[in-house]
Design a protein around this ligand. Structure first.
Ligand code: ADP
Ligand code: MG
Length: 738
């Protein structure tokens, strides 16, 4: 046959599973686990390995999980007829030697239950699969599986093949109620038995240097290991492979972007930018100047800029972005600024027009000579204003268009879009960036800004197609923010001091934010949750407290949250900034961008409900106008708990990068990547952005070199197929969400 001379036939990894495991099984694997191809199944890696003599710790089981556990039958009760209901039940207690797990079986009569009881005599060790439930027995909470499926362990099975077989580690797969771990293992066994050569995604030279087994060996080792060492070495390979394939796909993206053509927008010395610089009331920081030069060089090039600008809250990113936008306007193009919320878009409009003054009055009386127009475009604008904005964008009269995701809509047109600035990237996905990019004749330059400090590996993984610049210093003269945990669990009376502090700030003519985890009304259960704790504090309740407390009753207090109409929101922000309000009780809508220089106190209620980055971001809202800021983290959580440790970390440092590291350590990786990427779920399977820093760095260098030599990957069919599969899966996820 075709493969003569090369040994076995090359496996078609993209063949449908039905061609290998039969239609019924294939349909179940697709419906339950989204496994469609031979590749999908082979790369469905075990979640963990069970070992002989090692029972699954029952305490590790969580309610609601579909689990497969290894356990031993301790005692059996029944079967017996039930008293309160018709029918019979059987209770089997299994355990790991410390904690017991209850298996409950129900049936109409005793017959079927006797069958289970015969299969599960005391001492049997077996695999049990089912959904974990909790069940109250008097004061006790018991974990149980109702009607679990069970399989005796190989060593106890009548057809066991002896000691050696029984000693093998047993892969436990991510599974569901309809497709059990052992069903996955059975399907894999069919596929592995006839497996041909596997086209390796990792080139042999690299595999050798890394000491990695071939793909075919690694697949056998992870799915049918004979020893612990085998599956460990197998997983090692998949870890590298995952990083390598991801980095190669990012390298291809960068390579393709570099070949796109952009209109160069060289800086002018006598334009709007020069006019703005001349009237700034302060000096640019060294960081702003350095990043500004890098951006100017990018903008003058014929390939589109792809740059990520990260910097602490208040580090002056908006000015950097504005200077980039003016460079493009000076060169005859337009710039779009994309903000994640309407409040933030409105805020940007105000601060940018304020900085520009008469430079932004293009087409109006009293405008400066080169003046341009700055327009706002959001989804909730009145029709007439919206039409005007659309026209100004399409005609080119507006040099700067600021908006929300409404800017992405199809009918929004630009005369000559040269630059797209995306604020707070973590709320925008790659797809949105591409949608905006498609609005220009040539590819626009792209600048992405984020205040969430991103550790290096996350930047390499999530934003791997962007160059990164960082503003590390804050503008001089910025007053420091002092942060204090207010532990109400130990000192409940301190809540009065919180209200007193609010009153003091207001008496000095300063503004105060009070942030709560939720709005109130129907957005959460009014009754205490399952765990007996009260629901998180709501804006609606806290505003009532502020208005009722003797210290703060006389203050001018309003609420700000996502359920208000846009005009109401804008009105509150405007009055707060104009010092017509003293206190705003809000949700995290104030987290990004709201810029009120006279706000000096940030009170965060139920602070333990917020993530580290979020708390850091929130406190960045105060101390912006040269007045020292204070942040109070109010919590009822017990003093020694892990959540309070988190608050203490925020209290101890204002270094955003240090906090990002602590955050990453404490949170599950998927969350981090998910949050950093606007819902595009992390598809990392075995890779850890925290632990695999060196590996990711090596894989990035390897992948970049491979793509530079062979951009189309013609000589690397295995890698090309793995990338195509990865990209396909991402697009599927995107379409499913849309
Ligand atoms: P970011 O967007 O990074 O959070 P901003 O751009 O909103 O920060 O800047 C915060 C404040 O600092 C704004 O009021 C801005 O005018 C001011 N600012 C920016 N650059 C400087 C500078 N070089 N010196 C002094 N103040 C600055
Ligand atoms: Mg900003």
């Amino acid at each position: 046959m075709a493969a003569a001379g090369t040994g076995a036939l090359v496996e078609d990894l993209d063949a449908p599973l039905s061609a290998r495991v039969g239609g019924t099984t294939a349909a179940k694997l697709e419906a339950e686990l989204d496994l469609r191809t031979v590749r999908d199944l082979l790369w469905h890696l075990p979640r963990r390995y069970a070992e002989r003599g090692q029972l699954t710790p029952v305490s590790s089981l969580a309610e609601g999980d579909d689990v497969t556990v290894v356990a031993q039958v301790q005692r059996v009760s029944g079967p017996r007829q039930m008293k309160s209901r018709r029918g019979a039940m059987l209770e089997v207690w299994v355990g790991d030697g410390r904690t017991e797990l209850l298996l409950t079986f129900f049936a109409k009569g005793l017959g079927p239950l006797n069958h289970h009881a015969r299969q599960l005599p005391v001492g049997t060790r077996a695999l049990f699969a089912g959904k974990v439930q909790t069940y109250r027995r008097g004061a006790q909470r018991v974990l149980q599986l109702v009607h679990p499926e069970h399989r005796p362990l190989p060593e106890d099975a009548p057809d066991a093949v002896g000691e050696q077989f029984a000693a093998q580690p047993m892969p436990i797969y991510p599974a569901t109620a309809k497709v059990r771990s052992w069903d996955v293992a059975a399907a894999l066994s069919v596929v592995l038995t006839s497996l041909g050569d596997v086209d390796d995604a990792v080139p042999p030279g690299i595999a050798e240097r890394e000491g990695l087994p071939s793909a075919a060996d690694a697949l056998r080792w992870v799915h049918q290991p004979r020893t612990k060492e085998e599956w460990q070495r197998g997983l090692e390979r998949f870890r590298y492979e995952e990083a390598f394939v991801l980095q190669a796909s990012l390298a291809q993206r960068r390579h393709a972007a570099a070949r796109e053509t952009a209109t160069p927008r060289p800086a002018r010395l006598d334009g709007l930018l020069a006019a703005l610089d001349a009237r700034l009331p302060f000096e640019l920081t060294a960081g702003q100047r350095g990043v500004g030069e890098a951006i100017a060089a990018d903008l003058a090039a014929t390939s589109p800029m792809q740059r990520l600008l990260q910097g602490e809250v208040g580090s002056g990113k908006t000015l950097v972005a504005l200077r980039a936008m003016l460079t493009v306007v000076d060169a005859g193009g337009q710039a779009a600024l994309l903000a994640p919320t309407e409040v933030l878009a409105g805020q940007h409009l105000r601060s940018i027009t304020a900085m520009l003054g008469d430079l932004a009055l293009g087409g109006q009386l009293g405008a400066a000579e080169q003046a341009t127009q700055v327009v706002l475009l959001t989804g909730s604008m009145p029709a007439a204003a919206r039409r005007r904005a659309l026209l100004a964008a399409a005609s080119g009269e507006a040099g700067i268009v600021i908006g929300t995701h409404a800017l992405l809509e199809e009918h929004v047109q630009f005369a000559d879009l040269g630059l797209v600035v995306v604020d707070e990237q973590h709320r925008f996905g790659v797809e949105q960036r591409d949608a905006l990019r498609s609005k220009a004749a040539t590819s626009p330059h792209v600048l992405v800004m984020t205040a969430t400090p991103i550790p290096r590996t996350v930047a390499m993984t999530v934003f791997g197609d962007l160059e990164t610049s960082t503003l590390r210093e804050l503008p001089p003269g910025r007053a420091p923010i002092s942060t204090h945990v207010v532990p109400l669990a130990q000192r409940p009376e301190w809540i009065d001091r919180v209200f007193a502090r609010i009153a003091e700030e207001a008496a000095d003519g300063h503004q105060v934010y009070v942030v709560c985890p939720r709005i109130g009304g129907e957005d959460a259960p009014a009754a205490p949750g399952e765990d007996g704790k009260r629901p998180p504090l709501a804006v609606e309740d806290v505003v009532a407290q502020v208005r009722a407390h003797p210290a703060t009753a006389a203050l001018r207090t309003e609420v700000l949250h996502g359920r208000l109409a846009t005009e109401e929101k804008e009105d509150v922000v405007r009055r707060f900034a104009a010092r017509e309000l003293d206190v705003v009780v809000a949700t995290t809508v104030v987290e990004v961008g709201v810029d009120v220089p006279t706000a000096t106190l940030m009170v965060i209620m139920d602070a333990e409900r917020f993530g580290i980055s979020q708390l850091h971001q929130l406190r960045g809202r105060v101390g912006r106008g040269g007045l020292p800021g204070t942040c109070l983290l109010v919590t009822e959580a017990a003093g020694a708990s892990r959540v309070v440790e988190r608050l203490r970390a925020v209290e101890a440092t204002t270094d955003g990068f240090e906090l990002a590291r602590v955050d990453l350590e404490q949170r599950r990786e998927g969350d981090v990547l998910g949050a950093a990427q606007s819902g595009r779920r992390s598809s990392l399977r075995v890779l850890s952005v925290l632990d695999d820093v060196d590996l990711i760095t090596r894989a990035r260098a390897d992948a970049t070199a491979v793509v530079a030599q062979d951009p189309e990957l013609r000589g690397h069919p295995g890698l090309a197929a793995a990338i195509a599969d990865r990209v396909g899966a991402e697009q599927r996820r995107f379409l499913e969400r849309a």
